[in-house]
Design a protein. Structure first.
Length: 257
C-alpha cells in the first residue's frame, strides 16, 4: 500500500495508461492510480512481474485491479495495437504516463550507431508514438493529460550514459512543442523530472554508500526520495486540479538541481 493520502475524485474511473508499469517507479504509479479508483492499464516487457502486480493489487479491497498488456516498447506497431486494444477493453485513454526508460550506463566512445538508435528509440521514440496514438482517445473524451518522465541527470551533467541523458533532454523539448498542438483539444502535457529515486533497482545496481553520501549532500531535503513522492506529483498532474498546467516541468528531487 502506498503512503499517499490525497484523494482526487476526478481520477475515479478514468482510464489511465502507464508505460513500464511492472516494477519500481512504474509499479508505484500503477498502485497509486488503482487506489484512486482509476481504470489502470499498463505495459511492460516483464510479463511475470506484470502479472504478479495485477494479482497483488487485485487481491485488495481498497483499490481497483489493473490491466496488464505485455509489450516491447521498441516495437511501435505492437504498442499501437495494444493502445487500440485498451480502447476496446476499457474505453478511451484519458491519462498517459510515459514512465518507461532505461538508464543503463554506457561509454560514449564505444557506442555504435545500432546501440545509439536503440537507446533513443527506447527512451524517446516510443513516448511520442504513445502520445500520437492516445491523442485521438483524448479528443473523443474532450480532455486528456500526458505526463512525460524526464530526468535530472542531464541538468547535473551526469556522464556515462549519453543515450539516456540526450533522450531525457529531448523529452522536455517534445513536451513543450506538443503542448501547442494538443492544447487546442484540451489535452495537457507536462514533464515530471524525478531526482535520484530509491527504487529496488537503483539500490541494487547503482547506489553505494558513497553514492548515498553524495545524494544526501546534494539534496536540500535530507531525506530519501521514494517512488511514492513521484507518484504523488503524477496524480496531481493527471487530475483536474492541474487543469491549467501544461508545457511545464515539475521537478521532484529534494532540491538537488
Amino acid at each position: 500500500m502506498t503512503g499517499l493520502t490525497n484523494r482526487y475524485p476526478s481520477l475515479q474511473n478514468k482510464v489511465v495508461l502507464v508505460t513500464g508499469g511492472a516494477t519500481n517507479i512504474g509499479a508505484a504509479l500503477v498502485e497509486a492510480f488503482c487506489e484512486q479508483g482509476a481504470q489502470v492499464a499498463f505495459v511492460d516487457i516483464l510479463e511475470a512481474e506484470g502479472a504478479a502486480l495485477c494479482d497483488s493489487l487485485g487481491a485488495r479491497d481498497d483499490c481497483s485491479r489493473p490491466h496488464f498488456y505485455p509489450c516491447d516498447l521498441l516495437d511501435i506497431k505492437k504498442l499501437q495495437s495494444v493502445i487500440a486494444q485498451i480502447r476496446s477493453d476499457l474505453g478511451p485513454v484519458q491519462v498517459l504516463v510515459n514512465n518507461a526508460a532505461s538508464d543503463w550506463r554506457h561509454s560514449y566512445g564505444e557506442l555504435d550507431v545500432e546501440e545509439w538508435n536503440r537507446r533513443i528509440n527506447l527512451n524517446l521514440r516510443h513516448p511520442f508514438f504513445a502520445i500520437q496514438a492516445v491523442s485521438a482517445h483524448m479528443k473523443e473524451a474532450g480532455e486528456g493529460s500526458v505526463i512525460n518522465f524526464g530526468s535530472m541527470s542531464w541538468y547535473e551533467c551526469q556522464g556515462g550514459m549519453p543515450g539516456y541523458t540526450t533522450s531525457k533532454a529531448g523529452i522536455e523539448g517534445m513536451t513543450r512543442g506538443l503542448a501547442r498542438d494538443l492544447g487546442a483539444d484540451n489535452i495537457r502535457i507536462n514533464t515530471l523530472v524525478p531526482g535520484w529515486v530509491m527504487t529496488e533497482r537503483q539500490l541494487r545496481d547503482w547506489v553505494t554508500e558513497d553514492t548515498e553520501k553524495e545524494i544526501n549532500e546534494a539534496q536540500c531535503l535530507k531525506q530519501k526520495l521514494m517512488p511514492d513522492d513521484i507518484a504523488a506529483m503524477t496524480l496531481f498532474l493527471a487530475s483536474d486540479d492541474s487543469r491549467m498546467c501544461t508545457a511545464q516541468k515539475f521537478i521532484v528531487d529534494g532540491g538537488w538541481i
